[in-house]
Design a protein around this ligand. Structure first.
Ligand SMILES: [Fe+2]
Ligand SMILES: [Fe+2]
Length: 285
């Protein structure tokens, strides 16, 4: 089986969730430079469940707004168009993949914990470096590993093979995938993201998050997600978050050293925000 065959097989799986149709409508509206707050708000209000979640989000500790926001219109004004679309993508993706049953050897709540940590870290790197939109980077971090869920849930016999390789080789998940699977999780995730019609930068960030320096007009976006993933994994191994600079690609090393010299201290400063994101996005799950 080659990469194309696996992707074709994915395309035939009907159960793979899709995003709320609101996301597609918003994508269209946001391409129109004359779009208005009223049109955006009306679109969101068509889906009451989403409207409610957006209000909960802007009023949550995670958002940290000082004023109580009681309607969608004000939420749109406060967040801005792009941030609203990204917030809807975020809640809708977590919703879509949280209702899954128990999966063998794959803990979905650990998965979202990691993804949210990478999301908040990416957002903060973007804010600090001003190299990309913090909102886009949040969604990029949230979705970077979504191919893993696809693999575990919808290609279970391939996932089992990867798992076997992982156990016997004691290597990384990606290395195990590369041994037995022609389409590793970044490829699967990017395929899904483009089917969902998410912006090309986001698709690229998912596709290349394990590669050091792909030639792409979205190189900064990719680099931010790539580094955030490394930082979160290093922190999980050791809270001092010592990153082996020698193992980084020279570009990634430069990027890190120019902007985040003391990663351990810097990360400690965002831990609270990561916890607030967990509390909001993973509540009742
Ligand atoms: Fe990954
Ligand atoms: Fe990851």
């Amino acid at each position: 089986m080659d990469e194309q065959q696996i992707l074709k097989r994915l395309d035939r799986i009907r159960e793979i969730p899709t995003l709320t149709s609101i996301v597609f409508e918003l994508n269209k509206l946001l391409q129109d430079p004359d779009t208005s707050v009223a049109r955006i708000s009306q679109t969101i209000e068509k889906d009451q469940a989403i409207a409610l979640k957006i209000l909960k989000l802007v009023n949550s500790a995670f958002y940290g707004s000082k004023h109580r926001i009681s309607d969608v219109r004000n939420a749109v004004i406060m967040l801005g168009f792009n941030a609203v679309r990204n917030a809807i993508v975020s809640v809708s993706v977590i919703d879509a993949f949280s209702g899954l049953g128990r999966l063998k050897n794959f803990d979905i709540s650990d998965f979202w914990k990691h993804s949210l940590a990478v999301a908040v870290t990416s957002k903060n790197i973007a804010m600090k470096t001003r190299r990309n939109s913090p909102d886009n980077c949040f969604v990029g971090g949230l979705l970077h590993d979504v191919g893993k869920v696809i693999l575990a849930q919808y290609l279970p016999e391939l996932f089992a093979e990867v798992w076997k390789a992982l156990q016997s080789e004691g290597c990384s998940f990606l290395a195990a995938e590369q041994k037995v699977l022609p389409a590793p999780h970044p490829v699967l995730g990017a395929h899904l993201a483009s089917k969902w019609q998410l912006p090309p930068g986001l698709v690229d960030a998912i596709r290349w998050h394990h590669d050091h320096q792909p030639a792409s007009e979205n190189a900064d976006f990719i680099m931010i997600i790539h580094l955030a993933n490394i930082i979160v994994n290093s922190y999980d191994e050791n809270p001092e978050c010592v990153i082996d600079l020698g193992s980084l690609h020279p570009e990634a090393r430069k990027f890190l050293m120019n902007s985040l010299q003391n990663v351990g201290d810097w990360y400690a400063g965002i831990v609270e925000e990561i916890e607030a994101a967990h509390a909001f996005f993973l509540q009742n799950r």
